[in-house]
Design a protein around this ligand. Structure first.
Ligand SMILES: C[S@@+](CC[C@H](N)C(=O)[O-])C[C@H]1O[C@@H](n2cnc3c(N)ncnc32)[C@H](O)[C@@H]1O
Length: 479
């Protein structure tokens, strides 16, 4: 039975490979699709410590950092003890995979918060202390919630919601009626939402719940229900009193992940916020009445447990190779100087060996604003933002000037990195070269593209299932 299922699955995959090659060309390297990798493995251990838009899958990094077989040839660009650089290190995927393989790694990124995410994944923790601080904070948040009537209010609201949804949105019948168009979802949803809002408003009044914050000056003021915001500020003030620096850092990341999930928005708009949602509403995603969040308690507790489990899992395979994150503009950063400031041991290794190569994914032209995607965290922690130094951000668009600046920016990053690398370096850049810029980028940096790996990108969003590929450019010094 299992063999028959495997065979069937294999034939489906073969069909997909044939279809994709027809659309994207026979040079598609199917090995790099990682179609056999389960989500559980592509988000293994600390790779899912904090959301981050635009990270690559760890198996891709592993393929290039580790010894692999390509066209029946064994290839290995990096070996244990080498130093790899990621000048666009984002959430740290390269550094983590390098560490697993015993390769030293340096990551530079313009976004301070991205460096904080990376650091929190790689630090060594005192787990007993972490457990105890997490439990303290959980207790404090719970007390705060009880003191502010939220617990009682949420209990009542939830029971009213369950009754109401059972009556008007029975599952799975309601969904069936929507799909067979027996019910007009828009009209019915709106009518029942108005009906439930009467109950909701009565409860808000009874429990004296304040929904809107007084100020509307920044992200935290706008996107949180008043009590949630108060709890966030309270939890942060408690966190600041923790003495141990590393524990404090990882708790800040847990809190950040928590508050990202507690923004006052509808479930359908989580990815692209539209308007703050301060009342109960008809939810098109879950096909029933849903409510915004009034407390961070649930998510904090869930993420704290999840984070500890992931860190423990990683701690079992973590090597003692050196790593460092530097928050700086990769066009100008002096890596030797920065590492010297952070660790004399790593600095000695670096001066002696220099950097062996790069594995990195630069931003794509005009697709993501990397600071803005974590606006809530910048707001809470007060980190300095350097949006204007981002290469190719969304807010600068994809016009001719934006593309030119992008090419210039990436070329400058490569030129700067050369100062710290061995002569016979290998650079791998994962890019969507929609605008055909990379040949020019390589030339500008005094390099040449020696190979291109065309990789199918599977598991894209529901809405966008068209065959799509990205290129991993292999660059070397131009003699
Ligand atoms: C595609 S993401 C890298 C994601 C990473 N590979 C991962 O798996 O998490 C590109 C990164 O480049 C960073 N970046 C943009 N401009 C930069 C600059 N001038 N110097 C350093 N980093 C920059 C962004 O902050 C962003 O984190």
């Amino acid at each position: 039975m299992l063999r028959r299922f495997k065979k069937y699955y294999q034939s489906l995959n073969n069909q997909r490979e044939i279809k994709w090659k027809q659309k994207l060309g026979n040079d598609l390297n199917w090995l790099l699709s990682f179609d056999h990798i389960r989500e559980k493995d592509s988000t293994k251990h600390i790779h899912r410590l904090h959301p981050y838009k635009g990270k690559f899958i760890p198996q891709l990094v592993e393929y290039f950092l580790d010894c692999h077989t390509d066209n029946l040839k064994k290839q290995s660009f990096f070996k244990k003890g080498d130093i790899v650089l990621d000048p666009f290190s984002g959430s740290g995927t390269t550094l983590i995979q390098a560490n697993e393989l015993g390769i030293h790694a340096i990551g530079t990124d313009i976004s301070k918060f991205n460096c904080a995410i990376t650091e929190s994944k790689l630090l060594d923790y005192d787990f007993d202390l972490l457990f105890s601080e997490v439990n303290n904070l959980k207790k404090e948040i719970q007390n705060f919630e009880t003191k502010h009537n939220i617990k009682q209010f949420e209990k009542k609201l939830s029971s009213e919601l369950v009754e109401f949804n059972k009556k008007y949105f029975p599952s799975p019948q309601f969904k069936r009626d929507v799909y067979t168009k027996k019910i007009n979802e828009n009209a019915f949803g709106k009518e029942k939402e108005a009906e439930f809002l009467k109950i909701y408003n009565l409860l808000i009044e009874k429990y004296k719940i304040k929904l809107k914050q007084e100020k509307n000056d920044n992200f935290l003021d706008k996107w949180y229900i008043k009590n949630t915001r108060d709890e966030i500020d309270f939890a942060f003030s408690q966190l600041k009193t923790i003495q141990d620096k590393k524990t404090k850092k990882i708790l800040a990341i847990i809190l950040s992940r928590t508050i990202r999930s507690c923004r006052a928005t509808t479930h359908s708009d989580l990815a692209t916020l539209k308007e703050p949602q301060l009342t109960a509403y008809y939810c098109f995603k879950h096909k029933k009445i849903c409510k915004p969040l009034f407390s961070i308690k649930y998510w904090f507790s869930r993420y704290a447990n999840d984070t500890i489990a992931r860190l423990l899992e990683f701690s079992k395979i973590k090597t003692d190779s050196h790593w460092a994150t530097i928050s700086a503009d990769s066009r100008t950063v002096d890596i030797f100087k920065e590492i010297e400031k952070q660790s004399s041991k790593f600095s000695d290794v670096l001066q002696k060996q220099k950097i062996r190569g790069i594995f990195s994914s630069p931003p794509y032209v005009g697709q993501i604003d990397y600071h803005e995607q974590h606006a809530y965290a910048y707001n809470l922690f007060g980190f300095e933002r350097k949006d204007e130094l981002e290469i190719g951000p969304l807010y600068k668009g994809q016009g001719i000037v934006a593309r030119e600046n992008y090419a210039e920016g990436v070329a400058r990053v490569l030129t700067n990195a050369r100062r710290f690398m061995i002569d016979n370096f290998d650079i791998f850049l994962v890019a969507n070269d929609k605008w055909g810029l990379y040949t020019r980028i390589a030339k500008k940096a005094g390099m040449k593209i020696v190979h291109q790996y065309k990789r199918p990108v599977l598991n894209r969003t529901e809405r966008d299932k068209n065959p799509y590929s990205e290129i991993i450019f292999h660059l070397k010094r131009n003699q």
